[in-house]
Ligand binder design. Structure first.
Ligand SMILES: [Fe+2]
Ligand SMILES: [Fe+2]
Length: 250
């Protein structure tokens, strides 16, 4: 395995490791600046690969912010390795997640972020947006880089395959195929509205964690994804109330 590095927006780098056995990509995003920020750490076993990829862009010890979408191994498993490698780094995460998870898990006290709070890394500004349980995890959130319009959307649009670093091809269809297999999204009445609120940001680029960076019509893709989740939620409700039979084999 190796890790590719692609600048998907000015100062925003996608680090991507494809794992053939799983037919799955694991991406991190590095935002360069006076206070460099990493979004997703990768799991612990992937730390050497990701650290080498970061080092192609800037010295690892200069990292200032370690961030992620929610607490899971691929999102933040190696956070303490990064804290050890970068002496001035702090883990920054949503305030709720710091209380219930990261305050205990991280080797140094985390910096809690309020909903809407901005981390100014120099020329780039990353706004933290709480998205509890979207796509999953009480502590879930995304980062929106305001100057380039890049939405670091984590597990939203998760798909299989190697794929290109950047695409304008459909990302909704592949995401729904993976969703119907994984059932990874927490389907609630709040899921689609939270995704539509992200569409209202009108991002120029979506930074997927498991897929390409999407440079097509991001607002429409988010609205289509939200509509598809609403449809699935409605179908689940119909089944629960016995209005329709369960799916074959399910
Ligand atoms: Fe996840
Ligand atoms: Fe993930």
């Amino acid at each position: 395995m190796d890790t590719t590095v692609t600048e998907v927006a000015p100062d925003v780098y996608r680090l991507s490791t494809y794992v053939p056995d799983a037919d799955f990509q694991f991406n991190q995003y590095l935002v360069a600046g006076a206070e460099p920020l990493l979004f997703h750490t990768g799991p612990r076993a992937m730390f050497p690969l990701v650290a080498e990829a970061v080092a192609r862009v800037l010295p690892v010890e200069e990292l200032r912010w370690i961030t992620f979408g929610h607490v899971e191994a691929d999102e933040c498993g190696s956070m303490n390795a990064w804290l050890a490698a970068a002496p001035r780094a702090e883990v920054a995460h949503g305030a709720m997640g710091c209380v219930v998870q990261v305050g205990d898990l991280a080797d140094r006290p985390p910096r809690p972020l309020a909903d809407g709070e901005v981390i100014d890394v120099g020329d780039r500004r990353l706004r933290h947006i709480d998205t509890p349980h979207v796509p999953h995890g009480w502590d879930a959130g995304v980062l929106f880089e305001e100057t380039t319009g890049t939405l670091l959307c984590g597990d939203l649009f998760t798909a299989f395959g190697a794929g290109p670093a950047v695409t304008e091809a459909d990302v909704v269809g592949p995401a729904l195929q993976a969703e119907d297999l994984f059932r990874a999204t927490c389907l609630t009445p709040g899921t689609a509205p939270a995704i539509r609120a992200l569409a209202d940001l009108r991002p120029a680029t979506l930074g997927l964690m498991h897929g390409p960076a999407f440079a097509g019509d991001c607002e429409q893709a988010l609205r289509d994804l939200a509509d598809a989740y609403d449809e699935r939620l409605g179908a689940e409700g119909m089944r629960m109330h016995g209005a329709v039979p369960p799916p074959a084999g399910g």
